[in-house]
Design a protein. Sequence first.
Length: 658
Amino acid sequence: MSVQFGIWNFEGKTLDDASLRQAESLLEPFAPDGIVTIRRDNLALMLGSMRTGSRTDASQPHSFADHKWLLWDGRIDNRADLVHGTPRQGTPRPDVELAADAFARLGVEAFAGIVGDWAASVCDEPEKSLILAKEYLGTRPLFYRIEGNQVMWSSVLEPLLFLSPNFPKLCESYLAGWMTFLPEDQLTPYEGIYSVPPSSFVRILPGKVAVQRYWNFENTKTIRYCTDQQYEEHFRAVFRQAVQRRIESSGPILAELSGGMDSSSIVCIADSLRAAGEGPAERIDTVTYCDQSDLTWDEMPLVSKVERDRGRTGYHIDIGTPTAAMPEAGANPFRAIPTSLRTMSGAAESFAAFVSRGDYRVILSGIGGDEILGGVPTPIPELADLLARGHGYDFLRQSMRWAVAKKKPVLALWRTTVQQFVPWNANGSSRPSQKITWLTEEFARRNEHFLGVNEPHIALFGRLPSVQANLSSLDILRRQFSCTPLASEPAYEWRYPLMDRDLVSFCFSVPREQMVRPHQRRSLMRRALSGLVPKEILERHPKAYVSRGLVSALRAEWAWLVRSGPMLSERLGILDAEPLRTAIHDAEQGREVPIIPLLRTLTIERWLRDMHNGTGAGNGRPFVPTETLSGQRRPTSELLGRERPNKKGGEIHDLHQA
């Protein structure tokens, strides 16, 4: 993994040396293997390294073609597809060279052909052109900010904030989205600073910015086999490939292990690859979060089963102990992006200490299984497919089977299926924003789009409804990754085997009845991995929703906020404290409340206070001016921006004028 930073003044103005030194200092926590800087009078490029294998050991910034530079952060998984001409003998060519060769030959069309986790920037000095691009999912962050005729871009937000004399306003649209379905993937918490969208590139020229999507699952063809066994063989092949691609490392690897099907399957397949000589030479260890104080937490027997089978006990972090609780005020450093309460907790500190002691630089995560592999046992996408294609007999037969399996009236399934094709305002459903009672009316009204669902219904014609549902789930995952900051002190990279592009393409291409069947969620995964993953895990019931732990976290965080002073988010006109207090009381009493938005609202409040205090702000200044947040309640417009970029998928368009 690498972190990149660049600053380019298109007017030719000489860059300030002090600002460049500050940029290097802000990148250092993410670059344990050093930073290389290339300097022109009006252009500076920085690449901070964290080496995880031989393919990342390459000189960067990389010069190619005619006065072009490539900054590359990532891993190429389909190297054979990118080799052009006679391959170099001996040591494999670094990924950055393959990416540069592909771009030199194909231009921006090369991006669609690069499979892996990556983010890249290409500087063309003669053309005064900057291109920023990310892979299809957006797991590698890349941000940019344009002020006048100068552009800055970076893997982390801090340089874009601290190197400018002007603090940006907070982006109201981002905060609204963060409290519900997460923000749109091109937004950041700051007005005027943008994130490169996944599966897209941004072309920046003097006075103009354009965004274009270069690839998606639009042209994915349906895969149909004659037997279940053929689907299972194909799934095993792409699943093993997805894991193998992500266990290439020159050091030990750490994998999350929760006792669920996703993390357990990743660990078991990684062990089988290593036993067959197809995995890393170093060991693969595991880490598990548990709660010894909660008798409803039933994951440890299943975790122990995997540990016994692999002959190694992993590291266990008890999130129920007092040391795992949230630290008091002032203990958290400033974070440029809001993060979950667990990320700021004592349990997170224990995790970071363990990563540092074990010298882990690669961590495997099972995120994405529910969304991609049929973790939610719903028949609606399958029934919607049959209805949209006019397969009446199959629709009746499958709806009867599902009605028996779900123990629901068949008429209820029909009604739910038909409602998928009806907009929210026509079927009488209430938007999620109407359930968040503690937001001010003005804030909720302005941000109804960001507080609700981005695509409220399924189109009857065009792509199959199940494909539309898959793309909607993928959009939520992209938003989640866009809100995930890079790790530092210690620095490490997350890898997500279940989000491998080839694996996701396969899962989106097979008939829905292969993924989920009556009485069997994760049908294809269970059948394909039988004998490779312990039977107890493949046949387990869905993991319970640990409401007690969430309510405990909510109670503890609210108590801290009350002790720490007035609500800053109330002063900014985002929420009313009294309805928020009522909602928290209802949650403690076991009444039905939107608990995830509650937790995220308190996270925003803590994040605002960290900004206000300026803890760890790098240059000693707080982000939010003290005079703006102190005293009486101020109008939202004083601090919160209302910017909403014009996003048109698949077309080049002006986003804003430089």
